[in-house]
Design a protein around this ligand. Structure first.
Ligand code: P5A
Length: 438
């Protein structure tokens, strides 16, 4: 991608309305624009990052055996009346009337709608277990939308729903989602910590929140010190195996959100840390809470009607863009983890009036493209200082900095954005570094 053709309205000033660093950096890097309170447009850079996060999440869900569907944003109030949640949800739910005076709502979550799909099509225990997920915008009329995309009113969620014939198998489905969450956050370059959590308006008796530790996080949490240092090395997960042991590796540590914190639940030998974090995912096991009132039943092997046991599993995809930045930035800007960066390399032409610089940069850019290496090229006429500051701000993993001195000496600067270390490489060393064979 050429910067001259890329719409990235970078701001020089720190926006006044932004209270936390991820919000400041998202606005400064031209990733989002507020349309009204808690509602944002995603500009090209923001959209590319969001897509990366979506793709990692989608891939892991499919790997874990879930089926992707797409449910609408607007739902009929009727199914919410059946489940009994229409009144419970209160002012957070955006209620709408259509031209025929029918009650609709903008979905804050989809337990009812997915249960309706299930009850229409699934009649036998033989069709279980089943896990359906979708990636769709939600609306919650939050009392205090703030921190940009972190607490929005309209936000993107991945939500999955599992259906099982009995309690034991539904715990297996819960465990699969638990482990898939650990995997997908790791694949985004994030360390998420699963914590015992409250179930709120979703309901149920078992629940975990996945928390990224950050001072700016809205959740107050209590974590065992050793858990903060714990790294699970296991990379390849067999989702068909019994995952209880894997889950226990995490749940054997003490970690709880403020609402669930209970000093009786840990021994006095535990070194406890009270800190803050960002909730990027939340999973629930609620049994028959929706299947019974919505009359979604299947027949078991003896022909008896059974109401399936269910769980629901959410990832805050748009919130994650902010959370990744909270966890990966420095004083100069964003430092994207490689897994999420839209391009790995940023070519910076320090003197675009100089024929030699132009030639080297264009040759490199074409070489990258021929070798399918993801690359962003600042081919604009801006001042060198502006270009370098912009590159640090948007935080691609490596900058390849080409200026007249480097061209003369035939040595090119490669800056690792994370460590700020600059290596001077000859053209061949550069190709070697990029793994290109000439
Ligand atoms: C689980 C999936 C649910 O809604 N039903 C379907 C369950 N859970 S939840 O915890 O309420 O939300 C799941 C994740 O969505 C993100 N999230 C938000 N992101 C941005 N702005 C908001 N206002 C917002 N509310 C929730 C969180 O990451 C949460 O874990």
């Amino acid at each position: 991608m050429l910067l001259s053709k890329f719409f990235m309205p970078v701001l020089k000033e720190v926006p006044k309305e932004a209270e936390i660093i991820s919000h400041v950096l998202m606005l400064r890097a031209g990733m989002i624009q507020q349309s009204s309170s808690g509602i944002y447009s995603w500009l090209p850079l923001g959209k590319l990052i969001l897509e990366k996060i979506i793709e990692i999440c989608r891939k892991e869900m499919i790997e874990a055996g879930a089926n992707e569907i797409l449910m609408p944003t607007l739902q009929s109030a009727d199914i919410w009346k059946q489940s009994g949640r229409y009144e419970d949800y209160g002012k957070e739910m955006l209620r709408i009337k259509d031209r025929n005076d029918r009650d609709l709502l903008y979905g804050p979550t989809n337990e009812e709608l997915v249960t309706e799909i299930f009850r229409t099509h699934v009649k036998s225990y033989k069709q279980l277990p089943l896990n359906l997920f979708h990636i769709q915008w939600k609306f919650r009329d939050e009392l205090r939308p703030r921190f940009g995309v972190m607490r929005g009113r309209e936000f993107l969620m991945k939500d999955a729903y599992s259906f099982d014939i009995d309690y034991t198998s539904s715990i297996k489905s819960y465990n699969i989602m638990f482990i898939s969450y650990m995997q997908l956050f790791k694949k985004m370059g994030l360390k998420a910590i699963p914590m015992k959590a409250d179930t709120g308006p979703i309901g149920g008796e078992l629940s975990h929140e996945f928390i990224i530790i950050a001072d700016t996080g809205e959740s107050e949490v209590y974590v065992e010190d050793d858990f903060l240092k714990f790294e699970n090395e296991q990379d390849n997960i067999d989702y068909n195996s019994d995952l209880q042991k894997e889950v226990n590796k995490y749940t054997s540590f003490y970690a709880a959100t403020e609402e669930k914190h209970n000093p009786n639940d840990y021994s006095n030998k535990v070194n406890l840390v009270k800190t803050r974090g960002i909730e990027v995912g939340h999973i629930f096991h609620f049994g028959q809470k929706y299947s019974i009132p919505m009359n979604a039943s299947v027949s078991d092997s003896e022909g008896k009607n059974i109401f399936p046991y269910m769980g629901s599993y959410g990832v805050g995809l748009s919130r994650l863009v902010g959370a990744v930045i909270e966890a990966n930035h420095d004083k100069d800007g964003i430092v994207w983890p490689r897994e999420i960066a839209p391009w790995n390399y940023h070519i910076i032409n320090l003197k675009s009036g100089d024929d030699n610089c132009n030639e080297i940069c264009s040759n490199l850019y074409n070489l990258f493209k021929e070798n399918s290496i993801s690359v962003f090229y600042d081919d604009t006429n801006e001042r060198a200082g502006t270009k370098l500051a912009k590159a640090d701000l948007i935080g691609l993993p490596y900058q390849i900095i080409i200026g007249p001195r480097g061209v003369k000496d035939k040595l090119y600067d490669v800056k690792d954005r994370k460590s700020s270390v600059i290596s001077k490489l000859s053209y061949n060393e550069l190709l070697n570094f990029l793994n290109i064979n000439m």
